[in-house]
Design a protein around this ligand. Structure first.
Ligand code: NAD
Ligand code: AKB
Length: 320
């Protein structure tokens, strides 16, 4: 692949993945796009275009203009916002995805990567060490679109012999761009509030345990799958991808190791009901076998790094 189109570059993952891809493929060869303006680090280092994923013809024009041969699609409406605006979630996550697949088919795109999520699972799914092949009966509109998106991806692989790859990300924790309205956002907010106020009120209960991953592992794994040898892949759109699994209380205890004065309280809201339908931990042996996935960060290592970087942002006045 030489020229890569990133759709949804201005979100939590896109902000960092776009720059990671530019480091590998060259600044001018990674074309960043989003519905909204992107951070200056993206617009000042390489091509950026405003693109609504629902505008199929503009997407096609951009693909032709930049001679695109790889697409990373990160545009989506996440779980919590998706419950507020279910039709928007369906439209962006499904009709947007169809546009990506149709343009990619017509323009002979070599590889497409589009993430899925642990939101594909539901209350009937085994919650511990959730298998790769298992019950997919989600209760959120976001989860429904992610299951349908996986099936659609595999359909295009079978019917048109396309190369479509997807990962079921767990909650992603990072300090660069804020998360975009998901249920796992508490796992980022806890660090910001620890630095800013010395305390945090969690919108899920103390014993809520979900699979999570630190951004450096997310970037490494995403690029690993994007570049993996096609012949080694038995799965396509739906790789389970795990790293860590911990409760909110365990996160708080990890923060207390570095900030003994940190305090936590709990006021669960509607996102508790979503979290309760998702797994505790993930069996990602297919990803480990088929493309060599392995993670590096555990909870304490991530906590130390998150607190360091967020404190630096506050000290420099980058955030208030
Ligand atoms: P995000 O909400 O932070 O970013 C999504 C981006 O998509 C935003 O910049 C937004 O402006 C853009 N967007 C929204 N509607 C659009 C449209 N109509 N056209 C073009 N762009 C549009 O999300 P993220 O966390 O960066 O997630 C990226 C992908 O990873 C998504 O598919 C998401 O479902 C998946 N994922 C994320 C997590 C996580 O914890 N961050 C976990 C599991 C899966
Ligand atoms: C969300 O909480 O919606 C996302 C996800 C796990 O897909 N972070």
């Amino acid at each position: 692949m030489e020229n890569i189109l990133v759709i949804g570059c201005a979100g939590q993952i896109g902000t960092e993945l776009t720059m990671a891809l530019r480091n590998i493929y060259g600044n001018k060869n990674v074309i960043a796009t989003d519905l909204k303006e992107a951070p200056s680090i993206i617009t000042e280092t390489g091509p950026f275009e405003i693109l609504d994923i629902l505008d199929r013809e503009k997407m096609r024009d951009i693909v032709k203009k930049y001679n695109i041969d790889g697409i990373v699609n990160l545009a989506a409406i996440l779980s919590a916002v998706g419950e507020e605006y279910p039709m928007l979630a369906w439209n962006v996550n499904m009709n947007g995805l169809i546009n990506v697949f149709e343009v990619a088919k017509d323009e002979n795109i070599e590889t497409i990567l589009t993430p899925s999520s642990i939101a594909v699972f539901g209350p009937e799914t085994p919650a511990d060490n959730t298998p790769q092949e298992t019950i997919l009966r989600p209760k959120t509109m976001y989860g429904i679109t992610k299951v349908a998106g996986e099936l659609l991806g595999d359909y295009y692989v079978d019917k048109y012999n396309m190369d479509i790859r997807g990962l079921r990300y767990p909650g992603i924790i990072s300090h660069e761009a804020l998360p975009g309205g998901g249920t796992t956002d508490y796992a980022v907010a806890i660090y910001y509030d620890a630095i800013k106020y010395g305390k945090y009120t969690s919108f899920v209960k103390a014993d809520t345990r979900l699979p999570m991953m630190y951004m450096p592992d997310c970037l490494k794994g995403t690029i690993q799958l994007f570049q993996a040898d096609k012949e080694n892949l038995k799965h396509h759109s739906d790789f389970n991808m795990g790293a860590m699994s911990f409760s909110v209380e365990e996160m708080a205890n990890s923060i207390k190791k570095y900030m003994p004065e940190f305090e936590i309280s709990y006021e669960p809201d509607f996102r508790q009901d979503i979290a309760d339908t998702w797994p505790n931990s993930i069996d990602d042996s297919a990803a480990r076998e088929e493309w060599g996935w392995n993670h590096e960060y555990d909870l304490d290592k991530m906590t130390k790094d998150m607190l360091f970087h967020i404190k630096k942002k506050f000290d420099k006045g980058l955030i208030k």
